[in-house]
Structures are given as structure tokens and as C-alpha cells.
Ligand binder design. Structure first.
Ligand SMILES: [Cu+2]
Length: 90
């Protein structure tokens, strides 16, 4: 039987996921994580908070700097809530 990543809903395209405002506080490329302050993420049950957030492996974010304003999309990938996409917020 084909093993499917249980948390990642493939039928739902990334484009449909909500974009949430966030501010970069720290960039940890080595550990694949961003420290951010993000707005409420009701889909994954998080209020607004500052946290270290794992980033999906395929997403490049080494050009981000503390203070950058971004919008993020998050999803459960392999049982871990990760940033799966971001875009600069102007
Ligand atoms: Cu959080």
C-alpha cells in the first residue's frame, strides 16, 4: 500500500491555504527554522505568538532578515506544523 504523509492534505492545493502575517525575528538556516511573530493560526490551533517555526525543506529563506514582514502558509507535514510557503509583505 502506498504510504501517504498523513498530515499533509494533498487534495488541498497550497494556494488555498490562508496567508498569515508574520514578522521575522531570527533566521536559523542550519536548523531549518525561522523565529517569527505570527498572527493567529486557527487551523492549527495557535494564537498569535513568537516562536521558532520549522520551515519545509524545499523552501529557501536564507535571504530573510530580522524585521522583515512576511506572510506565511503553514501545514502539517509529517506530523510537524511547518511553514510551507512565505512571501514578502509590503
Ligand atoms: Cu505559533
Amino acid at each position: 500500500m502506498k504510504k501517504v504523509d498523513p498530515g499533509y492534505q494533498k487534495h488541498r492545493s497550497d494556494d488555498e491555504r490562508p496567508w498569515v502575517s508574520a514578522e521575522v525575528h531570527g533566521v536559523d538556516v542550519e536548523n531549518g527554522a525561522l523565529t517569527i511573530h505570527h498572527g493567529p493560526l486557527p487551523k492549527v490551533g495557535m494564537p498569535a505568538m513568537t516562536m521558532s517555526f520549522p520551515v519545509r525543506e524545499s523552501v529557501h529563506f536564507d535571504m530573510l532578515r530580522p524585521g522583515d514582514k512576511v506572510q506565511i502558509q503553514v501545514a502539517d507535514v509529517g506530523g510537524v506544523i511547518r511553514i510551507i510557503n512565505y512571501r514578502m509583505q509590503h
